[in-house]
Design a protein around this ligand. Structure first.
Ligand SMILES: NC(=O)C1=CN([C@@H]2O[C@H](COP(=O)(O)OP(=O)(O)OC[C@H]3O[C@@H](n4cnc5c(N)ncnc54)[C@H](O)[C@@H]3O)[C@@H](O)[C@H]2O)C=CC1
Ligand SMILES: O=C(O)CCC(=O)C(=O)O
Length: 428
């Protein structure tokens, strides 16, 4: 029987740059370029739905702890909303709102039939047992049972979550509807309807868009170097696949610190190391420790931020030496850094394009679940690469047409698609 003492995680205050403000300032620029009408602007600037829940979880010590969880549905004009679930102590409602809007723009950029959503729970999964995380995930799913659904809102992994959590979510949701419902969530384990190629899809998309950008800039992969911030799902796969294309990955980092090897880090070895060291590079001897802030300013050709938001700001953008930034993370560059980066002539492949490989293969997973059919890995890779390459070219052409950076061009492409759909569908 659970003890009666109830703890509640304090909701963190937003004591950092606000990603929602960064998202809105880019949205405003693109809306102006498009001459977006006031009605569509007002509908798109705020989310359709914000759900906040308290999830009581019996911890292993028998006490009940209450966690705050969110799901924000930004927009569904293009289809059911889609977006990951984040487990992290820094989750904040404004951050979730920004992440949800980015999902709307991302799905529109790659032209897949989804709207945008995002979820999060304020928790530290690294300090919880698997049993506690399972109870938390099931509690969150139950609380969100009327939000989620294969035709309504389809979650996926994000920071701090992966196939294991998606399996629990699918199972709990299936119980509430009384039927196995694989298409309610993507990023599931392969044995229960996950898609081949989903785990590495976001990192693969980062590699594909990096190579597309390098080709525009006349950079040869085998003569180029890069650093990657974040060595989780996105960062480690991006590093591995870029290295396979000949890019020398001189530095990588995770929450434990930054690691440098001027001759190139052996990425397979680093991944093998973190896999048996609790997901972290701490103690890795194939590279030397360096200052984590300095990693972003390293003298390399390509910078891949693949961890958290707002790591490139007005305070460090002046000192970035890379010629190309490929955003694996969502929102790694704050709007305050944009003019500095543009002034320096650095090309940025923005998050809503660069990391869209994940949601693209999630879409394939959902299609396969609905068909009750499994695609080969080659088919997944070939189709995802085609979608990403087409999206890159479309955004590049738009940036040339309006003479704007790739980030603004990506917002223009996305908002234009959403606005055109509103014109046909009406509804307000
Ligand atoms: N998993 C996915 O399919 C997708 C993820 N993303 C975005 O990519 C980013 C990373 O997500 P995942 O790789 O899935 O998360 P993850 O939880 O697998 O890995 C996060 C990594 O970042 C590191 N990290 C955390 N804070 C850091 C800091 N301050 N400095 C350096 N490293 C730090 C962690 O140690 C870990 O290596 C997030 O912004 C997420 O929203 C975007 C699209 C899809
Ligand atoms: O795979 C998905 O559905 C969404 C992944 C995600 O959360 C993201 O792209 O930021």
């Amino acid at each position: 029987m659970a003890a009666t003492t109830v703890y509640k995680e304090p909701a963190p205050i937003m004591d950092r740059e606000n990603p929602l403000e960064s998202m809105m300032s880019r949205f405003n620029i693109a809306a102006e370029i498009l001459g977006l009408d006031d009605s569509t602007y007002n509908v798109l600037k705020a989310p359709d739905k914000q759900v906040i829940v308290n999830i009581p979880v019996t911890m292993d010590n028998g006490k009940v702890r209450v966690f705050e969880g969110y799901r924000v549905v930004h927009n569904t004009i293009l289809g059911p909303s889609k977006g990951g679930i984040r487990y992290d102590m820094n989750v904040h409602i404004d951050e979730v709102k920004a992440l949800a809007a980015w999902m709307t723009w991302k799905c529109a950029v790659v032209d897949i039939p989804y709207g945008g959503a995002k979820g999060g729970i304020i928790c530290d999964p690294t300090a919880m047992s698997p049993g506690e995380i399972e109870r938390l995930t099931r509690g969150y799913t139950l609380a969100m049972k009327d939000v989620f659904g294969p035709d309504r809102d389809i979650p996926a992994p994000d920071m701090g979550t992966g196939p294991r959590e998606m399996a629990w979510l699918m199972d709990e949701f299936s119980k509430t509807v009384g039927a196995t419902s694989p298409a309610v969530v993507t990023g599931k384990p392969l044995v229960m309807g996950g898609s081949l190629g989903r785990t590495e899809a976001t990192g693969r998309g980062v590699m594909v868009s990096a190579l597309a950008a390098m080709s525009k800039l006349g950079m040869k992969p085998e003569e180029s170097s890069a650093v990657v911030q974040g060595f989780g799902n996105v960062g480690s796969w991006a590093a591995k696949l870029l290295a396979e294309k000949g890019v020398k990955i001189k530095g990588v980092s995770d929450i434990s610190g930054a690691y440098w090897n001027d001759n190139g880090i052996n990425i397979d070895e680093a991944i093998a190391y973190k896999n048996v060291h609790n997901g972290r590079l701490e103690g890795y001897t194939g590279a030397t420790l360096m200052n984590a802030d300095e990693l972003l300013l390293a003298d390399v050709d390509v910078l891949v931020p693949a961890a958290v938001e707002d790591v490139i700001t007005e305070h460090n953008a002046h000192d970035i030496k890379a010629k190309l930034i490929v955003e694996g993370a969502n929102g790694p560059t704050s709007a305050s850094a944009d003019p500095i980066i543009n002034e320096k002539g650095i090309m940025v492949v923005p998050d809503i394009l660069a990391n869209s490989g994940g949601v693209t293969v999630s879409y394939f997973e959902w299609v396969q679940n609905r068909l009750g059919y499994k695609w080969s890995e080659d088919m997944v890779i070939e189709r995802a690469e085609r979608i990403m390459t087409d999206a890159f070219e479309k955004v590049y052409a738009t940036s040339q047409k309006y003479n704007v950076p790739m980030r603004i061009a990506a917002y223009v492409v996305a908002i234009d698609k959403v606005a055109q759909t509103y014109k046909f569908r009406g509804g307000f």
